[in-house]
Structures are given as C-alpha cells and as structure tokens.
Design a protein around this ligand. Structure first.
Ligand code: ZN
Length: 380
C-alpha cells in the first residue's frame, strides 16, 4: 500500500508546502477547505494531510513518516481517528454496501476516480453518525481528522449541524474539499482556512500518463491537452480511444468544408446518435477541434514539432496552416468556444454541431431558410 505523503503530491507545490508547515507546527486550525478544479489532487492531498496529522513519528518538515502503524492505518482508511465522508448515489438501503464498495475501490485501484451522478450526495445518516462520534475523545491519536470529500454535495441542515464542531476548538480537524466552492454556504467558508489547488500543467499530466499509467505518447498528448489540467479527467478519457475520438470529430468538418449542407446535416445527426450522445461527448468533440486549430496557430507561428499536440499528424497540420490566416483560425476558435457555451443552454444538439461546423468552414449553409426547425437559433 502506498502511503500518501505531502512530499509526493503532484504539481501542487504551494498547497503542499503550506500543509507541511501546518502539520509540522503541531497546531492545526479547526477546519480547512481545499478548493480547486476536479481531478487535480485535492482528495489525495486531504489524505496525505490526514496521514501527517495522525502520524506517530512525523518526519522533519511536517510530513508523515510513511512507516508507523498510524500511517498504515490512515492510508488504508482504517485508522479509528480518521473519518472519511464522500458523496454516493443509489438507495439508502444499499448505503452500507455502496460505501464499502467505494472504499474497496479506493484502496485497491491505483487510479480510482470518484465519478458522481448528478444526484450523488453525502448522506444525512452518515453525517449524523459522524457528529455523534465527535462527542467522544479520539481513540489512538492526539486528535481526530474528518475528511469530507466534495463537501458541496450536502443539504442545508447538514451544514448547520456541522457548524458547531467546525468552529469549536477541540480535538477534531476537518478537511473539506470542493470543486464548486460557490455551492457551500458562507457560514462554512468563514469557518475554514482555504487551501487552493491549481489545474495541473499539461506536461505533468502527459508525463504521468506515459510514465505511470502506461499510455502511449501520442495518445497521452491528446489526453493531456483535453484534460484541462485534471488528471482524473485525462484518466477517464483514456478508455475512449482518444485518437479515434479525434479522427471522428475532425471528419465531421469535411462536409462543411465541401459546402455540402445535406451531408453535414446528416453527419451532425449521425454524430448525435438520435440524442444518445451526451453533452460531455459533444463538448469533447468541439474541444478536439480547438486543439487542432491551436496546432494550426502554433504552426503558423513557426513552432516546432515538439510544440504540437497532434504531432502524429504534423504534415497535415503544416499543410493546412499554410492555407489559412491566423485571424481566420482565431475566428474559428471563437465559433467553437461559442458552441461549447451553447451546449450548456437549451439548444438542439445536432443543430449546434451543424451550425458550428458550417461556421468554422466559413460556409453559409442553411442561411435564412434551412433547416427549418422550431428550436433553431441561427446566428450567422
Ligand atoms: Zn507515520
């Protein structure tokens, strides 16, 4: 079992340094809020911080020793003074199994990722049980650590119930994590010390994929570029064959470039698979196009092969880059950005695909009269 340590945190030097300082100082605050995008290591950092706070023989510099019995128990999520809450979906009667299964996954799978359904929440029954337990002294350590993952997935009454413990100096240290801080009530924010986590650098995600996750270099490049600095996102996209995904996405543009409206409309509907293609896949398709265009811009600016995301198709990129002005590439990027924004709105997805491809190609397809669709939002 790997003991998560603050020294080993990936790409978060500021957060790691400040947490080491707190752990080494021996006087932690009552509550910390780890804020940052999903998949950049907040959860790992929370466990590493918990290990450091519960360690029996902390290393110089404040980190966990990684060897003592407390470290092993914390890393295995079996330390009696470490409480770990996280959102789950499913029925209340299956709660125990769901929690046990998640913990097993977390212990056994090296790249375990929490993926939530929309309605996933931190269950009321679990927060009640936790708060009851806080009335007692810690069992083994000098303090108790409570980690609440994605703490924004709770109800108002749960936050109210937690407030007293969050502000009362005592033997409990709370570590809350969130990628959506605006969903947490101000009363929680004001009681927590904030620790910020940044998106991971693209090169770091790429190197992790090739060195630790066994992903081939050219795939890792596309994944890292699509990840938005989130390792969890890169890992979850890995199963979707990123190069095939890229080729499919780019093929959509072909009928638009030929000015064939009927074929483009058909291709757009085909891509949407009669409504079965989700927003996430749709967004990714546009992002793939953006990566391609960014490569064209880089090529125009004289960048070398090293700088290209799609370097496995370098010749094609250089050929295309010669034929299109930077201003035009930027216009296309803006069209795609707008299309990504509109996915969040209430638009008809196949129309979004059609309109974006047509506009990227500079084709005035369908202008004015076609396709006549009640929900269409033409905006040429
Ligand atoms: Zn230790």
């Amino acid at each position: 079992m790997t003991i998560p340590r603050l020294n080993d945190l990936l790409g978060q030097p500021l957060a790691a340094a400040s947490l080491r300082q707190v752990a080494g100082g021996g006087r932690p605050a009552n509550a910390y809020l780890f804020v940052g995008p999903a998949g950049v290591g907040k959860g790992t950092a929370a466990l590493a911080f918990a290990c450091a706070l519960l360690c029996e023989r902390p290393a110089a510099g404040g980190d966990a020793c990684g060897e003592c019995p407390a470290c092993h128990k914390s890393a295995g999520l079996q330390h009696p003074d470490l409480k770990f809450l996280f959102p789950v979906s499913g029925e209340e009667k299956d709660l125990e199994d769901t929690v046990a299964e998640t913990l097993r996954g977390l212990r056994e799978e090296p790249f375990f990722a929490f993926i939530y359904e929309k309605a996933a929440s931190i269950r009321l029954s679990l927060t009640r049980e936790l708060l009851r337990g806080l009335a007692y002294q810690p069992f083994e350590a000098a303090r108790r650590v409570v980690v609440v993952r994605d703490a924004d997935r709770m109800r108002e009454d749960q936050y109210s119930a937690m407030l007293k413990s969050l502000e009362e100096p005592g033997s409990t240290v709370w570590i809350l994590t969130t990628a959506r801080p605006s969903r947490l009530p101000a009363t929680i924010h004001s009681r927590c010390q904030k620790v910020r986590f940044a998106p991971l650098p693209e090169a770091l995600v790429r190197d992790f994929l090739t060195e630790k996750a066994g992903v081939a270099e050219r795939e890792a490049r596309v994944l890292a570029a699509l990840s938005g600095g989130s390792l969890a996102r890169a890992l979850s996209l890995r199963d979707e064959e990123p190069l095939r995904m890229r080729d499919e996405a780019l093929a959509l543009l072909e009928p638009a470039l030929k000015g064939d409206g009927a074929a483009l409309w058909k291709a757009s509907q085909g891509f949407m698979k009669f409504g079965r293609t989700g927003r996430e896949a749709l967004r990714r398709m546009f992002e793939v196009h953006q990566l391609w265009l960014r490569d064209l811009l880089r090529a125009r600016a004289g960048a070398g092969r090293e700088a290209l995301t799609n370097r496995d198709r370098e010749a094609e990129i250089r050929r295309q880059a010669e034929r299109v002005e930077p201003a035009e590439i930027r216009r296309r990027l803006a069209v795609l950005e707008e299309a990504i924004q509109s996915i969040e709105g209430n638009v008809t997805a196949d129309l979004t695909v059609f309109s974006a491809m047509a506009r990227v190609a500079g084709a005035r397809l369908g202008e004015g009269q076609w396709p006549a669709h009640a929900a269409s939002r033409w905006n040429y």
